[in-house]
Design a protein around this ligand. Sequence first.
Ligand SMILES: N[C@@H](CCC(=O)N[C@@H](CS)C(=O)NCC(=O)O)C(=O)O
Length: 277
Amino acid sequence: MAANNTITFYDLTMAHGATTSPFVWATKYALKHKGFDIDVVPGGFTGILERTGGKTERLPAIVDDGKWVLDSWGIVEYLDATYPDRPMLIPHESVAALTKALDAWWWPTAVGPWMRCFCADYRDLCFEHDKDYVTTSREKMLGMKLEDMQAGREERLPQISAAIEPLRMALREHQWLGGSSPNYADYRILGPILFLASVGKVPSLAEDDPLRDWIERCRDLFGGLGRHPGLINLYGLKVPEGGPEPYMRESWRGGIYKRNTGPASTRAETEHITKKD
Ligand SMILES: N[C@@H](CCC(=O)N[C@@H](CS)C(=O)NCC(=O)O)C(=O)O
């Protein structure tokens, strides 16, 4: 399979040429992780069905030596099942379970809220011929005008940034979500961040955000896959007067982040909770 080590990949981009969809980004990384060259079929939001010869209305989609595979998760399952001798994207079933749980937290916590903060920019940055479709379809999804949905984002962006602290905590202690090397968990979380970089006309993360190191290392992977010149700067978030800190300066240390190494490590807490008033 994969003649000349190449897989055909249906992309979904903005007019600046960079991929936008989180699903499509994660899939691009997945193909590179498996060591494939990618034959990119470019395009925007309209005409997907025609472009793919009636195979799909949604992207990503790949064609491997004539075999069509749809859906980002379906593609990953296909790649690992068909090419088990190449680096695994999901090296163990637990990675699938944990990545699905993480993704189910990530979307309502950050990805959806970010999309609502950038929905009008998203429309403005897409191809001219996509603008009508993107406006009407997204206004239907959101139930309001894109400009109205986007308004007030200055207040919301620091809150979204503060809410993604669990990623910072994990990535302070681990080089990648995949451990000592990246796997599909990294690409699945990275996909929406690169979506943000494709549409975010104002920065969403603080200049000194601790996540920056992991994001930039992900962008450097596979010859700088995440460094398309169309992508916009993510850092330099402005916090309005009295707004929340965009990340915790002092990491919260509770539960598994507060290691019990014997009584000396818990003495202060024990004294506090047993002290007679
Ligand atoms: N479950 C699908 C979801 C794919 C999806 O929703 N793709 C969107 C881009 S984010 C799409 O193709 N949209 C085309 C449109 O809006 O017409 C997957 O994981 O691949």
